[in-house]
Design a protein around this ligand. Structure first.
Ligand code: ADQ
Length: 441
């Protein structure tokens, strides 16, 4: 089987004298499947040159986009319309017809580049490329096509605000197999297909225009073996972090700078915790590790300002209790913080799944606080589940997690670890590809 992956982001990093397949995330997870039979990955080329690069047996077809297309397809339709809507942030949702036209044109370009790559099984990823399955199907009716939506699928009343709602669902239904992280997203997607297209839906399928499309909940995990290795290698750095904290208990938060991640609400909860439990003021330090994201969009620039102002205010009121690092940390450094931390604060307001909580479960030392509104909440019930909007509740939960009976904590940690292993990203990939390929045989 030859796999042809379509994803917005390219799986490459520049190194001296050429390219390397990037070490983290989706790229690393899909790479083993792509190497079999010489796979192809179609992605946007941020350098704008285009062309094909072959690295370690993987062909990467790079789709060049003009700055205007990037602003409308990526900065506009994907990240100012679909992203806020999918996460239930209606007040941040914006719509422009020109964005939609650019989105259609870019989806077509990706689809054509993928078709030009020859025969194979197509696996399309995420909200940037929802129209590609149908576009590929139109040109190659017998193709085997999978689609995975990595973010939440919202309830119908919210999704219906999108003027192109029906076209997005119809685009996805060009696939044979459609995956989401949770059964709830599956149900919402089916409800949209039934209401907007009049499709017939039932247990695990949508039937539309004479075709039956399988729809499954298949939650993504992390590479648990890699995380275990990172944890082991992080011992000296974790020790140094603890030493420098001078005996304080350590909390960690790690996120892309995004309004869905609940960073402002988390810091508010932390500040309330310190106000309410004065004896912890000099006994705790929160490391908030924030990686820059979508910096060209106004909402993200405003959020950055708000977070920086809040960090300043908390640091003035409670000196030494908060350290904010605004940068993309290397994996080794990130896992050193996990390993050093007595608890993690994973409190998104809404999140498709969430990988940070899984990284902490394998790489960390204590229990995570986990938002009920992350897809991961249903798969990690032994975490301390919280409502991230409730800052008083967050303050109490921080107290609770730091005061847990060690035996209780360790039992819950082992249960969480077993759950992270069961979700491992290698199984996720094999389960999806297996279901996709098995279907037509
Ligand atoms: P994201 O929204 O990016 O992913 P998440 O799943 O948490 O969210 O992944 C974030 C990644 O960034 C993690 O691997 C983490 O290690 C890394 N990271 C966070 N802070 C960092 C820092 N300061 N420096 C370096 N790296 C950092 C989308 C969806 C999620 C879904 C995934 C996968 O929004 O819900 O889980 O895709 O499907």
């Amino acid at each position: 089987m030859r796999l042809i992956v379509l994803a917005n982001r390219e799986p490459l990093r520049r190194v001296a004298g050429g390219w390397q397949v990037s070490v983290g995330g989706l790229a690393a997870a899909l790479y083993p499947a792509l190497r079999v039979g010489g796979g192809t990955w179609v992605a946007w080329d941020p350098g704008g040159e285009g062309g094909t690069v072959v690295v370690d047996g993987l062909r990467v077809v790079r789709v060049p986009l003009s700055p205007r297309e990037v602003a409308m397809y990526y900065g506009g339709l994907a990240n100012r319309a679909l992203w806020p809507l999918a996460h239930g942030f209606l007040e941040k949702f914006e719509w422009k017809r020109a964005w939609w036209s650019a989105y259609e044109a870019v989806n077509r370009r990706f689809s054509e580049s993928a078709l030009d790559a020859g025969d194979g099984v197509f696996w399309v990823h995420d909200y940037h490329l929802s129209l590609a399955p149908r576009m590929i199907r139109e040109r190659r009716p017998g193709a085997r096509i999978g689609f995975f939506w990595h973010i939440p699928w919202p309830s119908l009343d919210i999704f219906s605000a999108l003027p192109a709602a029906a076209a997005v669902v119809e685009g996805i239904l060009g696939a044979d197999l459609v995956g989401f992280h949770t059964p709830e997203y599956v149900r919402h997607f089916q409800a949209a297909a039934a209401a907007l297209l009049g499709a017939e839906v039932g247990d695990g399928f949508v039937r539309h225009r004479g075709r039956t499309v399988r729809v499954v909940a298949l939650p993504i995990g992390i590479d648990t073996e890699e995380a275990r290795r990172l944890r082991q290698a992080a011992a000296p750095k974790a020790h140094a972090i603890r030493e420098a904290a001078g005996g304080r208990l350590i909390l960690v938060g790690a996120d892309r700078l995004d309004y869905t991640k609940g960073i402002v609400e988390r810091l508010e909860g932390f500040s309330r915790f310190l106000a309410r439990y004065p004896r912890f003021r000099e006994r705790v330090r929160l490391f908030q590790l924030t990686t820059p994201s979508r910096t060209s969009l106004p909402a993200y620039r405003e959020l950055k300002k708000a977070i920086f102002a809040q960090v300043k205010a908390i640091s003035r009121r409670f000196p030494g209790a908060l350290v904010h690092r605004y940068e993309t940390l290397g994996r080794g450094d990130l896992f050193a913080y996990y390993r050093a931390a007595d608890a993690a604060l994973v409190t998104p307001l809404r999140d498709g799944m969430n990988l940070v909580v899984q990284e902490y479960v394998v790489g960390g030392a204590g229990l995570p606080l986990l938002s009920r509104f992350a897809g991961a909440a249903r798969y990690f019930p032994e975490a301390v589940l919280v409502n991230p909007y409730d800052s008083e509740g967050l303050a109490e939960a921080i107290f609770e997690v730091l005061s847990l009976d060690p035996e209780d904590r360790d039992e819950r940690r082992s249960a969480l670890l077993a759950r992270a292993r069961a979700l491992d990203v290698n199984r996720w990939r094999d389960a999806f590809v297996g279901a996709l390929v098995g279907e037509a045989s």
